[in-house]
Design a protein around this ligand. Sequence first.
Ligand code: PLP
Length: 467
Amino acid sequence: MQYISTRGGAEPLTYCEALLEGLAPDGGLAVPETMPAVGADLLESWRGLTYPELATEVLALFATDIPRDDLARMCAAAYASFPDEVVPLRSIGGGISLVGLSEGPTLAFKDMAMQFLGQVVEYALARTGSVLNVLGATSGDTGSAAEHALVGKERISVFMLSPQGRMSTFQRAQMFSLDDPNIHNIAIDGVFDDCQNLVKRLAGDLEFKRAQHLGAVNSINLARITAQVVYYFWAWLRATDREGAREVSVTVPSGNFGNILSGFFAKQMGLPIRRLVLATNENNVLDEFFRTGLYRPRAAAETLATSSPSMDISKASNLERFLFELVGRDASRVVRAFGELDETGAIDFTADQPRFVDEFGFLSGSSTHADRLATIRAVHETAGEIIDPHTADGVKVAREHLEEGVPMLVLETAKPQKFAETIREAIGVELEYAPELREMLDAPQHVVDMADDADALRAFIEANALR
Ligand SMILES: *Cc1c(COP(=O)(O)O)cnc(C)c1O
C-alpha cells in the first residue's frame, strides 16, 4: 500500500515513511492510494478477536510495509495498560450506546491512537536509524496524550508548548507530573494560538527543522487516523450480531475532524455505517459546513472558550481528506479549493451539499453550554451514568438523528473526571479521583516558563534536542 498526497504533487510513500512525515512536501495530506476493502465474510471472521488482535488485522491493511508479527507485538503493547476489553460499550437507553474510548492513561480518546503511534514511530525510527524531536502545541488533551505515549521511548523527545495558566489543574498535572529527561514542558506567556504560531515559525524554518530533527504527532498524522479506524470496526462488531441489526449510526464529538475521518475511512472500507453524525459545540464551523456546503474557518479571536474545550477549534485540518474524496480524488480540484480559501476565506461546496449525506452518510448538529448541562443531567437521571461535556455534545446531537431499528453509537471522547467543574455545575456531584490520579495531582511539576519568543525557544531546543 502506497500513500499519495491530496494535492497530487508528492512522490508516493510507504506507511512508515508517511507517518513520520506530517504534511506532504506539496502541502497536502497522505491518503491511501486505494482504500483497502473489507468484505462481509472477512468482517464476520473478526467477531471473536480481542482488541489488539482486531487492531493487527485492520492496521495490516494499511501498514503493508510492517511484518505482521511486528505489528501484532506493537498492538499488544499499545493497549496493554487498558482494561481487558480495551473499548467497552454501554447502553444509556433510548437506542443509544456509548463507545468507551477513554480508558487509557490520560482519560481521553486520544490515547487510543497515541499509544499505537508511540510504538510505531519508535519502530519506524529504528528502521532508519534516526531520531525525532516532537515539537507541538497543546491546549490540554493532545499534549498529555502525546507525552504519556512517547515517554521512555528511545530516539524520541518531546517539546510541548502550552499557554501559561490556561489549562485545567488536571491537565497541568497530567503533563507536568512526568519526570523524564526527554519530556520538555514549556509554558508560554500567551494563549494557545501564540503557542501554535511559535511551532509554525520553527517548523517553517526548514533548515532548523532538519538540523534539529523536528517533527509533529498532530491530528493529521497517518498513524493516528489509521489506529482510530480500528474502534469503529470494534464497535460495529459489538453492537451487531450475526442475525440482528446490520447497520449502525455513529455520532462523533468533533473538532479537528480527525476522529470522524477515521469513521469515514471505515465506511469507505465497507463497514456498514449508515450515518456519521458530526457534533460540534458553539464553535460550529463543521456543522455549518455539513448543513450548507460552505466551509468558513474562523480566526482564533472568533473562537469561543466553551465548557467542551477540546472542541474549541475553528479550522479542521483533516477536512481536506474528505474533500479529496468528495471531488472524486481529483487533486487539482483540492488545490483550487484551497486557493479559493486563501483568496476569499471560504470554500464553496454548496452545490455538492446534498451528496454529503446521500453518498457519504454525513449529518451534523451543534450544542450549547445549556444543552451540555441538560444532557449530563438527563443521562445521569435516566441511566445513572456521568458523562463528560464533550460526550454530552455527542449525545445531544445523536438524539436529533435517531432512526427506528438503527442502533446509535456515541463515541465517549473523555472521562468526566477531566472536567469536574462542569459536572458539579450540571448535577452538583463532586467527582472522586482514583488513588493513582490523586497521586498525580499531588506530584511535583516539571515545566519551564518562557516568553512568547521564537529565539528563546530555538535556543532551548538546540540545547536539549536528541541527535
Ligand atoms: C480532541 C478531542 C475532540 C475532537 O476530536 P477531533 O479528532 O479533533 O475531531 C473531542 N473531544 C475530546 C475530549 C478531545 O480531546
